[in-house]
Design a protein around this ligand. Structure first.
Ligand SMILES: C[S@@+](CC[C@H](N)C(=O)[O-])C[C@H]1O[C@@H](n2cnc3c(N)ncnc32)[C@H](O)[C@@H]1O
Length: 231
């Protein structure tokens, strides 16, 4: 097999391609997903509300939300310095001084309490060895009672019988978006060997175990799922 480009969120060349070759090209209905997230958060987030953005690297969700509301404030957390730099470039003009970015994981975020939180396209990268549960618990305990939480994840159960078909669809969608075949092949290979993706039911069980009072599915696009949960 030829060497395939390995994607990581710390290599500047990858990060540079993130806005064009990242979520908008790989995640079906990405623009609508962000719009739905904004509408759902607005149901319970006050005008001056403070939102914790977990995995804020790249800045796409913060840019959208900072444009949708001119008064929400954002604390973004991400372990990748390169992705945080990109978030600053992407979301900075819309968010201005309403955006604080911190390098780290949720446990490194301020205690809050926050009025809302998001975790978009991040959970799939976190091992299910207690890491996913810890992440959700750390978000949950930083939220005010009843506050909304948007969780979006690619749910590729590694044990599913139709896993190869789902990976093929993932690749076909990205190619149809115009991503070059080598990049798509590398992304598919990463998914194939990735051991951190789980079935949707697993995320739902983890939301309950982490203490969220309610959750509902609001987004389903190929292997992606989005939930609105309340603390
Ligand atoms: C696919 S990107 C998604 C970024 C952004 N949320 C979006 O939707 O465009 C995944 C991001 O999650 C970050 N990440 C990985 N592990 C994380 C963790 N344990 N906690 C927070 N962020 C993490 C990566 O550094 C990367 O910036």
């Amino acid at each position: 097999m030829p060497d395939l480009p390995k994607f990581d969120f710390h290599t500047r060349a990858n990060v540079d391609r993130y806005l064009s070759n990242g979520p908008p090209a790989f995640t079906p209905g990405h623009a609508g997903l962000l719009q739905m997230a904004g509408v759902l958060l607005a149901e319970r987030t006050p005008d001056e509300g403070r939102i914790l953005v977990v995995g804020a690297g790249g800045g796409l969700e913060t840019r959208y939300l900072a444009t949708a509301s001119k008064t929400w404030r954002f604390v973004g957390i991400d372990p990748s310095a390169a992705m945080l730099d990109l978030a600053r470039e992407t979301a900075g003009p819309a968010a201005g001084d309403r955006l604080e970015l911190i390098q780290g994981v949720v446990a490194d975020a301020p205690e809050g309490p926050f009025d809302a939180a998001t975790c978009i396209l991040v959970m799939g990268l976190v091992p299910d060895d207690g890491g996913k549960l810890d992440l959700l618990r750390e978000v949950r305990r930083r939220l005010k009672p009843g506050a909304p939480f948007i969780l979006v994840d690619q749910c590729l159960d590694p044990a599913a019988a139709d896993r190869d078909l789902r990976l093929d669809r993932y690749a076909a969608y990205a190619r149809a978006s115009g991503v070059d075949p080598a990049t798509v092949a590398g992304a598919r290979a990463m998914m194939e060997t990735g051991t951190t993706f789980v079935a949707p039911q697993r995320n739902e069980a983890l939301l309950t175990e982490a203490g969220f009072e309610t959750f509902e599915l609001f987004y389903l696009a190929m292997a992606w799922r989005g939930w609105l949960a309340h603390a």
